[in-house]
Ligand binder design. Structure first.
Ligand code: C5P
Length: 219
């Protein structure tokens, strides 16, 4: 049987990409299947948690027993998370949030090579950092888990994120050429203020439980 060690706990998870519109037909986004975040949501619900899953557009079914809030943009994702964060005991930020968004969303489809609406000169502005914004508001008993998908210097970059974003732990993995994106297995490191732990390669569903076990150590 499944241990119900998360009953009475509220778990917030972000998953999937955000999609930032340029005009009615175009957008900026990131690669993200949402599999990791959805696997965590499913595992947390099975372990008895009340689960809020704030999800960008993905093609995954709604996990049973999970409250899903569907969003498109990073700004919408932050708003949805702000509502849930205050009561969340454990928050896990697995979404691949677009760093930038177009400053203005064009009402009509932009045309190639047109001086006043040139596709080549879309002005971008920074999106809010959802993890950083919410971790800065965290109370003493709230746990915040960040993620880092890196092509190089995985550990060093994860350590920087841990400090900068004030997470309790970063789940870091290497990405690129067939690694991690959309796959069913993953190899990750837990990076916290004390240590770096390399985990064996495992399925994303097994990994979900291992990540939740780890998060519980910071409660
Ligand atoms: O800086 P980077 O995007 O690599 O950091 C990854 C971590 O920060 C992930 O946990 C991701 O969900 C979170 N993040 C966020 N909001 C952003 C950018 C990243 O919550 N705008």
């Amino acid at each position: 049987g499944v241990k119900r060690d998360l009953s009475g706990k509220h778990v917030l998870i972000t998953a999937g990409p955000t999609v930032e519109p340029i005009d009615p037909v175009r957008y900026i986004s990131n690669h993200s299947s949402g599999k990791t975040g959805y696997a965590i949501a499913k595992a947390a619900a099975l372990r008895g948690a009340k689960v809020t899953l704030v999800s960008g557009p993905v093609s995954l079914p709604k996990p049973e027993g999970v409250d899903v809030v569907r969003v498109k943009t990073a700004v919408q994702m932050l708003e949805a998370c702000e509502a849930a964060f205050e009561t969340a005991d454990i928050s896990l930020f697995a979404a691949a949030v677009a760093d930038m968004r177009p400053e203005h969303v064009a009402d009509c489809k932009l045309k190639k090579g047109q001086a006043d609406a040139d596709l080549g000169t879309i002005k971008l502005v920074e999106n809010p950092d959802i993890l950083k914004t919410l971790a800065s508001r965290k109370g003493p008993h709230q746990v915040v888990v960040g993620f880092a998908a890196e092509t190089n210097d995985v550990i060093a970059n994860a350590q920087k994120k841990l400090e900068k974003k004030k997470a309790d732990v970063i789940v870091a993995n290497r990405v690129g050429e067939g690694l991690a994106f959309g796959t069913d297995d993953n190899t990750v490191f837990f990076v916290d203020h004390e240590e770096v732990e390399e985990l064996p390669t495992m399925s994303k569903s097994r990994l979900a439980d291992v990540i939740l076990d780890r998060a519980l150590e910071y409660v």
